[in-house]
Ligand binder design. Sequence first.
Ligand SMILES: Nc1nc2c(ncn2[C@@H]2O[C@H](COP(=O)(O)OP(=O)(O)O)[C@@H](O)[C@H]2O)c(=O)[nH]1
Ligand SMILES: [Mg+2]
Length: 257
Amino acid sequence: MCATCGCDAEGKVTMHEPGHQHEHDHGHQHDHSHDHHRKVVDVEKDVLHQNDLLAERNRGYFDAKNILALNLVSSPGSGKTALLERTLTDLKGQLQFCVIEGDQQTTNDADRIHATGTKVVQINTGKGCHLDAHMVLHAVQGIKPAENSVLFIENVGNLVCPAMFDLGEKERVVIISVTEGDDKPLKYPDMFYSSTLCIINKTDLLPYVPFDMEKVKINAKKVNHKLEIIELSCTNGEGLDRWYDWLKSKVLVPETV
Ligand SMILES: Nc1nc2c(ncn2[C@@H]2O[C@H](COP(=O)(O)OP(=O)(O)O)[C@@H](O)[C@H]2O)c(=O)[nH]1
Ligand SMILES: [Mg+2]
């Protein structure tokens, strides 16, 4: 068990690219002693410290290659993969993309992304409830994102543990859907505090659910007053243009000499 969040993040990481599959050890140096509270705290600090070092290494690589790495986080089913499917299809030819998919099991999401014609690699975390910088390092070595491209990292569906693990991303994007309730920013403040953009998805369902859009925005700003918020629907497409504008504003065009 991982001392940091209680998940079994030491299990094998299965990397899947459609048409290519291999397994390797994740290789965390976790101390799994739970006998002594102090020791657990020390191990937790160590795990996060190790993660932060690798995250900085990833960030340096992304910066050097001008890769915009975005970490997409949400509960299961908020629409991370749906948002990627729409984005990759609508912006095809305008920006260059590749995707790292994180899930405990299956290659379902990687298959959905592959169907859009985008380069994708799946990381299966087994019992692990989050991606970490080490997994992303390996996935990046496998997928080799192009210079000046956008790298989407779809994290494991979970609003708690992924907040603790920097992957080396430039921006963290938290997605909630209107079916989840407007109190989520208050219940999971770390995730909303550490994100720069909050997407509120499934606005097409607003007529059917008791979701107060103003309230969720107030709650989100209470936790993080700098948080940008975009309402959209992946199903009917409303609001997607604002997300695309945000995305394009983050892409740094290389200087020409
Ligand atoms: N009504 C509605 N359903 C959506 C929307 N976006 C995604 N979904 C549905 O929500 C479910 C979960 O979406 P998925 O992309 O797999 O979520 P993920 O687990 O966050 O990747 C799927 O059945 C999607 O079709 C939306 O904007 N409106
Ligand atoms: Mg998904």
